[in-house]
Design a protein around this ligand. Structure first.
Ligand code: 9MR
Length: 382
């Protein structure tokens, strides 16, 4: 591969006139070929989540970085139910619409995230408080109104939806309960509500790829989570639920108690992906980043550890040709959700370094690991 540095070295070796160097420097971005280009050659789309705040969508330099590297984006928060309908019947589409308009102008496609987030704490506050009692049909009408309103608003401009997000409780592998699922208690419970969510999405966005999105990992702390997701996917397949793909959030790195992702974790991960794809589901990486909580403070060592963990994970995950989209949950360290995630901070309280660019938007070894993994992965289906 020809990076700017190798090109400069070659030119220096060939004793070219120094006056030719600035021309070359201007022509090549410092990080070489764009990640979206490397991905495109293999039939993959590469992208990131973009947050609506001042340091992401509001920052021209950050936007330019996203435009340069990405062919697909997703709103970090702006299409969530609580963002679109913060108070009952008071829809607020403008922030998400502005992002979609930018994506279209910049020739990037945009995914939808998400129609139903099963964790009660992330439902709109007005809905989380709701008690439907035994009135399942009232809950169904509300779900229909939500999907109809949002999917009609976006039409075919959104071609892939995370229809249901995080339905499985990692602690026991069971389906999470919330104000909506409780209304379905007279039937089979949460699985009926999830089934309906996908059927509604299919009704109002018949063109769209419909995705179940979750954060299960390969490590032993995630064993019940993986089993619960597979059991749910098997049940939905049995019911003929219109669901096309499994979204792998891929928040990897230091999460559970095992210090490193070992060989065994990767075997378990592969087994999980084998089972999901054997059921006929496509795959996407929807929210990739690398938690560096247990890596040393030293930046060179930390960045190398993050890059190595990414490479191990990506070599396995990108080996599945059914996986056709790869999105990060942020391009640069300073904007990552992990900086403010206080449930599991670094012991030394240093800022995290989970993304391929640093706070000055300079590429890090993780960017190289992502580029290398995409260069060596098999080509996708046509
Ligand atoms: O990064 C998102 C953060 O800004 C929000 O406060 C939070 C709650 O809406 O959601 C974060 O994104 C999550 C995503 O929507 C679903 N998977 C886990 C992500 C990180 O927590």
């Amino acid at each position: 591969m020809t990076t700017r540095r190798t090109m400069l070295q070659a030119l220096a070796g060939a004793a070219l006139l120094p006056s030719s160097l600035p021309v070359l420097a201007a022509a090549a971005a410092p990080e070489g070929e764009a990640l979206k280009e490397i991905a495109r050659r293999k039939g993959l789309r590469f992208g990131t989540a973009v947050g609506g705040g001042r340091n992401q969508f509001g920052d021209p330099a950050y936007r330019a970085l996203v435009e340069r590297e990405c062919s697909i984006i997703v709103a970090e928060n702006e299409m969530k139910w609580q963002a679109l309908e913060p108070a009952r019947d008071a829809y607020r589409f403008e922030p998400a619409d502005a992002m979609l308009a930018w994506a279209e102008r910049s020739k990037m496609t945009m995914r939808g995230h998400n129609l139903f987030w099963q964790a009660e704490k992330w439902l709109p506050a007005w809905l989380a408080k709701e008690d439907f009692g035994a009135d399942r049909s009232r809950a169904e009408r509300l779900m229909r109104k939500h999907v109809q309103t949002v999917c009609r608003h976006y039409g075919t401009r959104i071609a892939s939806w995370d229809v249901v997000n995080e339905a499985i409780d990692p602690a026991d592998g069971k389906l999470r309960q919330n104000a909506l699922t409780r209304a379905f208690a007279r039937g089979a419970g949460a699985i009926d509500q999830i089934d309906l969510a996908f059927r509604l999405a299919h009704e109002y966005a018949p063109h769209a790829q419909l995705v179940y999105n979750d954060y299960m990992r390969g490590d032993s702390g995630s064993t019940k989570h993986r089993a619960g997701v597979l059991a749910m996917l098997a049940e939905l397949k049995k019911r003929g639920t219109p669901i096309h793909a499994l979204g792998l959030q891929a928040h990897i790195g230091s999460w559970d108690e095992s210090p490193e992702r070992g060989r065994e974790d990767m075997l378990q991960w592969r087994r999980f992906l084998d089972e999901a794809t054997a059921m006929g589901y496509d795959l996407l990486i929807t929210e990739f980043d690398v938690n560096d909580r247990r890596l040393p403070a030293d930046i060179a060592q930390r960045d190398a550890g993050v890059a190595a963990a990414a490479r191990d994970f990506l070599d396995v995950t990108l080996s599945y040709p059914r996986l056709s989209d790869f999105l990060l949950w942020g391009m640069a360290d300073h904007i990552s959700w992990l900086q403010t995630w206080d449930e599991a901070p670094r012991a030394d309280k240093l800022p995290m370094r989970p993304c391929p660019y640093d706070a000055q938007l300079r590429p890090k070894p993780l960017r190289q690991a992502i580029a290398d993994a995409m260069r060596t992965m098999p080509a996708r289906r046509a």
